[in-house]
Design a protein around this ligand. Structure first.
Ligand SMILES: [Zn+2]
Length: 272
């Protein structure tokens, strides 16, 4: 039986299908306008789909309707879950994109060292996805513009898309990071990363995994230098564009924590 997963980001929509630990395909397209999502999904739909996993940057209400998405206000009010389930005709599970990335990074685990019990995932893309997974379970935080990406950091003053100033996302998103690099503002990157790490147990016993397009751009060296200076255990994800999508596929698979490692190891080999 197959599972289907999608990672709906502000800039890119990524989709994949998996059968057990075999990744059948993975694709990326530009994130469409809301009314163009159903025909796109129909093109990617797979037969015998057991369930759908959705990684999403948007905040949803209990009915699955978009309540906030500072980077894509055109999606606010869209009944996202109903739209997805209607097209794919399968039950869905969903989580914040930061949570999905953290689930996958936790399942993947660093090798060959033992799996840590607590992962802080920072997905640096158009926005910031930030989440902690402890003992295989996501730590409950807020969602959308009430989530941890919109917590302040010391010295942060830049306007955020959410309407506030100095949110973590104003330093730890791809464009923001590129601007800080151009300004040589290393101290501000350190301050923002320190505040993000402090969200997770003050950084104690935590492994930080950085993913997203921003960790491949001009900010890569800044992030590496800043996290090394903070003295935390950290790494760049080996699949920086896929961790949210594959985390959604884990959600759809609905397997227990030990079995996630087997699926993650299979999917890391790429589509077959
Ligand atoms: Zn904000």
């Amino acid at each position: 039986m197959t599972v289907f997963a999608m990672d709906l980001g502000a800039t890119n929509l990524r989709v994949c299908a998996a059968d057990g630990d075999v990744l059948l395909f993975a694709r990326q397209v530009r994130t469409p306008a809301p009314h163009d999502l159903p025909p796109l999904l129909r093109d990617f739909a797979v037969p015998d789909c057991r369930s759908v996993g959705l990684s999403r940057a948007a905040g949803l209400d209990p009915d699955g309707r978009v309540t906030s998405w500072p980077s894509r206000p055109d999606w606010v009010g869209v009944p996202l879950l109903a739209m997805v389930e209607d097209v794919l005709r399968s039950p869905s599970r969903h989580a914040d994109d930061g949570v999905c990335a953290a689930l996958f990074e936790d399942a993947r685990g660093p090798k060959p060292t033992p799996r840590p019990t607590r992962i802080l995932s920072l997905a640096i893309g158009t926005g910031l996805g930030v989440a902690v997974v402890a003992d295989g379970a996501p730590v409950a935080w807020g969602d959308g513009d009430g989530g941890p990406a919109h917590r302040p950091y010391p010295g942060g003053r830049r306007p955020c898309r959410c309407g506030r100033r100095g949110c973590l996302q104003t330093a730890l998103a791809a464009d923001a990071l590129a601007r800080l690099v151009a300004e040589g503002a290393m101290e501000e990157v350190v301050a923002a990363l320190a505040a993000a790490v402090a969200l997770a147990n003050g950084g104690s016993g935590v492994r930080v995994v950085v993913s997203g397009g921003g960790c491949e751009g001009p900010g890569r060296e800044f992030i590496a230098a800043a996290l090394t200076r903070l003295g935390v255990d950290w790494e760049f994800s080996p699949v920086p564009h896929l961790s949210g999508l594959l985390g959604a596929a884990l959600l759809a698979s609905g397997v227990a924590v030990p079995d996630r490692a087997r699926l993650a190891a299979g999917w890391m080999r790429g589509p077959r």
